[in-house]
Ligand binder design. Structure first.
Ligand code: FES
Length: 229
């Protein structure tokens, strides 16, 4: 006989719900009958679509996290957080000049950073957000791109920033600048892109698109894996 899951009492928009303790915030909201139209994507901590804010039992402090990665706790209070609409600068990557401080031109608010560390404390990926903003401010694109590399664009840093900085958009711009103008070009990638443009993999891609889940699983399991050196 299946054992009954341990339950937690949580509040969604103030209404009490009993949900299994092993659920994430996302799972608990669905268990309680809410349907995600926005604010959910990969459900695995990669896409950054599910940023959420909550309170723990007896605490006034607001916590922020990814709803698909955070387990519910007894007494948790949840509200629905609208997606993060921070305005992204419009630019043509091919026309930007990396010799100038391009980032400051498109995101002048980074000069207002008061190094309060709120962005670092908010980031669910534990990135050094403040440091990549400071590096961008100094024009160190390489360092800023490296420090922001694992950003999943959830936007929680921007939600909490007292200086209205859109850190995740800044990180995206520095990585684009680094990729386009500063990183070493990969010969293998160029070769592969040409092969793709000439249709070398069309039939293979077609075969994979038509394959069933089970066939795909088998193909994945039997793929060649390069031996670790
Ligand atoms: S749904 Fe993609 S990170 Fe949570």
């Amino acid at each position: 006989m299946a054992t009954k899951p341990e339950m937690a009492k949580i509040y969604i928009m103030g209404k009490e719900h009993q949900v299994p303790k092993e659920l994430t915030i996302m799972g608990a909201l669905e268990y309680a009958g809410y349907k995600y139209i926005r604010g959910a994507g990969c459900r695995a901590g990669f896409c950054g679509a599910c940023s959420t804010i909550y309170r723990k039992k007896g605490e006034y402090k607001l916590y922020s996290d990814l709803a698909c990665q955070t387990l519910v706790q007894d007494g948790m209070r949840l509200v629905q957080l609208p997606f993060v609409p921070a305005v992204k600068a419009k630019y043509d990557l091919g026309k930007l000049d990396v010799s100038k401080n391009t980032v400051l031109e498109y995101y002048p608010e980074i000069a207002r950073c008061v190094t309060c560390n709120t962005c670092n404390k908010t980031c669910p990926q534990d990135l050094e957000v403040m440091e990549f903003i400071q590096a961008a401010l100094k024009g160190d694109i390489e360092k800023s791109a490296r420090l922001s590399f694992d950003c999943i664009q959830c936007g929680l840093c921007a939600v909490r920033c007292p200086a209205d900085i859109k850190h995740y958009h800044v990180g995206q711009l520095v990585r684009r600048l680094y990729g386009k103008y500063m990183s070493k070009k990969s010969k293998n990638l160029e070769k592969r892109l040409k092969e793709m443009a000439h249709g070398k993999y069309d039939s293979e891609i077609d075969r994979l698109t038509r394959a069933s889940k089970e066939e795909l699983r088998q193909i994945y399991k039997s793929r060649d894996i390069e031996a670790a050196k």
